[in-house]
Design a protein around this ligand. Structure first.
Ligand SMILES: [Fe+2]
Length: 228
């Protein structure tokens, strides 16, 4: 097994580099396919949809989204599609004008939960959530454009767009940036690509080779020392 880090990652490996060792903690029982962890790590499905995926981060509706996202490529597409596109929020934000910067930092967006249970509520956070201890980017260019994580609305209205026309402009800028300023990776078979989900947003090109198989992992930060 080989693993790759995006080229802008920290000079030393992130704490989850032991993913194949003892620090990769698998909870007992079956792996849920939707809900994200508050700690530990979880395999959360095999993204099999062949469609283009617009820029997004994982689980933006969680109060603290998973820190790292890992993709393990089992069978890669041979059609030229299925590339993973990665973009650094720090570089992206520098490309925005003052109005979009303000929108991204100051205006809360309701990010629905992925989880299908009655008490699952999302969070209201700005696209760039700055806290003293960390900065987290939440991105779903589809949500900003149509008000949902999938394109269910043919004609989104101003009411459905959580940040209005400015949010749509932000979503379009994210699409442009990931295509022109992002890093494009075709993950080799039997390799793992891992990145910081609080800092990087990602997209994926569509593909026609349906033999493609990747497994996605959400990886939380290690629990503080002394936590049972
Ligand atoms: Fe994703």
């Amino acid at each position: 097994m080989r693993w790759w880090r995006a080229p802008w990652s920290q000079p030393r490996p992130p704490p989850c580099c032991g993913i194949w060792g003892s620090s990769f903690r698998r909870p007992p029982g079956r792996w849920p396919t939707t809900s994200g962890p508050t700690r530990g790590s979880r395999r959360c499905g095999t993204p099999g949809s062949p469609h283009t995926l617009r820029p997004h981060t994982e689980a933006p509706g969680q109060s603290l989204p998973p820190r790292y996202l890992a993709l393990h490529c089992r069978t890669q597409a041979t059609c030229g599609g299925g590339r993973t596109l990665l973009a650094d929020r720090r570089h992206f934000l520098t490309t925005l004008d003052e109005d979009l910067q303000r929108l991204a930092h100051q205006h809360p967006v309701y990010w629905p939960s992925y989880e299908e249970r009655p008490d699952a509520v999302g969070v209201r956070k700005p696209v760039v959530d700055r806290a003293p201890s960390r900065t987290v980017i939440r991105m779903s260019s589809t949500l900003l454009r149509v008000g949902a994580y999938s394109d269910t609305l043919d004609q989104p209205t101003a009411d459905s767009q959580p940040l209005g026309p400015g949010g749509v402009a932000l979503a379009e800028r994210a699409v442009d940036f990931v295509e022109t300023g992002g890093t494009s990776v075709l993950i080799p078979e039997d390799a793992l690509l891992i990145w910081d989900n609080h800092r990087i947003f990602h997209a994926r090109t569509g593909f026609s080779d349906t033999r493609r198989r990747l497994t996605r992992y959400w990886v939380a930060e290690p629990a503080p020392e002394g936590t049972p």
